[in-house]
Design a protein around this ligand. Sequence first.
Ligand SMILES: NC(=O)c1ccc[n+]([C@@H]2O[C@H](COP(=O)([O-])OP(=O)(O)OC[C@H]3O[C@@H](n4cnc5c(N)ncnc54)[C@H](O)[C@@H]3O)[C@@H](O)[C@H]2O)c1
Length: 373
Amino acid sequence: MADEPLGYALVGCGRFGRFCLNTYRTMENMRLVAAADADRALSKATAEEFNITPLGSLQDVLRRDDVHLVHIATPPSTHGPFTRQCLEAGKHVLCEKPLAISGAEADAIAQISRRTGRKVAVNFILRYSPIVGMVQRILREKILGEPLHACFENYAQDEVLPGSHWFWDKSLSGGIFIEHGVHFFDLYRQWLGPGTVRWATALTRPGTHQEDRVMCALEFGDALVTHYHGFDQPIRLDRQRHLILLERGDIVVNGWIPLEVQVHGVVDDTQRDALAAAVPQGVLRTVKEYPESEQRFRSHGREHYVTAEVFLDYAIRAPKMDIYGQLIGSLMQDFANSIRTNQRTLVSLEDAVEAVKMAEAAENLARQRGSNL
Ligand SMILES: NC(=O)c1ccc[n+]([C@@H]2O[C@H](COP(=O)([O-])OP(=O)(O)OC[C@H]3O[C@@H](n4cnc5c(N)ncnc54)[C@H](O)[C@@H]3O)[C@@H](O)[C@H]2O)c1
């Protein structure tokens, strides 16, 4: 197995599954074997494009001895049952987010994975973003002090989500917190440590059953955080922004696939060097050098020593979809290595379970709030 190519099958040849195939087709040590979809015409067209075998169902995939790894890219309500069936059949699973639409189901998957010794990865691609890693380093090394507040605003497009799309049917998608919010619950746990959802709400588009805007407030240690997701924008205005406020500055990240980071703060000489090392290709500008009389101050109940005010900017100059493809490839490479060598992946199964539980907590709070109105 160690040197044998990993036999891969896709279940769910929709928009995202086919996009992933484009990346996986070029990966060494990976052999695309089959593509299955309930829509036979779609699995046939996908199989022809990628020169693999078309299949109709998960069961057809599980019967194949040459498939070692199944990629589940069907709507969220199928993720739990499909992943469990794959594990019981001795296959490893790359599951699209969310791992499941309930915490109990996510826990059951983790249990089956431990019992069968088969691995599950969830496609939390954001974690492989270089900009996410830069922010993580600034936070971990406390270069700008402790985080106090963060806010994530997701103004997402809905042009590819007509009213009939499974996204709007909560029995299939789990709702926005579960279908989409999981990415960001997971990301903020990495950035800020364990978190708790304290408040949540949701709004339905007037005259429809489409819940298109959700919002929640969370505590991560001593940081107060809000997440907003709205799916009501044209594609050309689709935009996302993270703002993280710290004791001595702030970090702004732009893009759902992060493409830009801007850091502003006051630092001493060591911290200035640490910022430059955290964002090596960034442009670091010192806009003010403080005279000795202004280098010490007290704020947030603490003494601070700084020598300069700085701005740091970094932008990835490549098309978003190219970066998206790279993140998909990095995650798969990490997962394939872990199957071969038993090393840990950057995103653990426990992380994926925890993200579903946070999303479920937000969904439950929003629902309770709705029923009280
Ligand atoms: N990781 C990411 O960044 C990312 C990005 C986009 C979408 N996704 C996830 O990928 C999944 C698929 O999303 P999409 O946008 O491609 O949806 P989609 O509707 O375009 O594709 C889903 C496909 O699954 C097929 N399908 C449905 N039920 C099936 C069944 N029982 N057996 C076999 N096939 C079945 C459908 O026919 C369809 O072709 C979702 O879970 C979504 O959350 C992840």
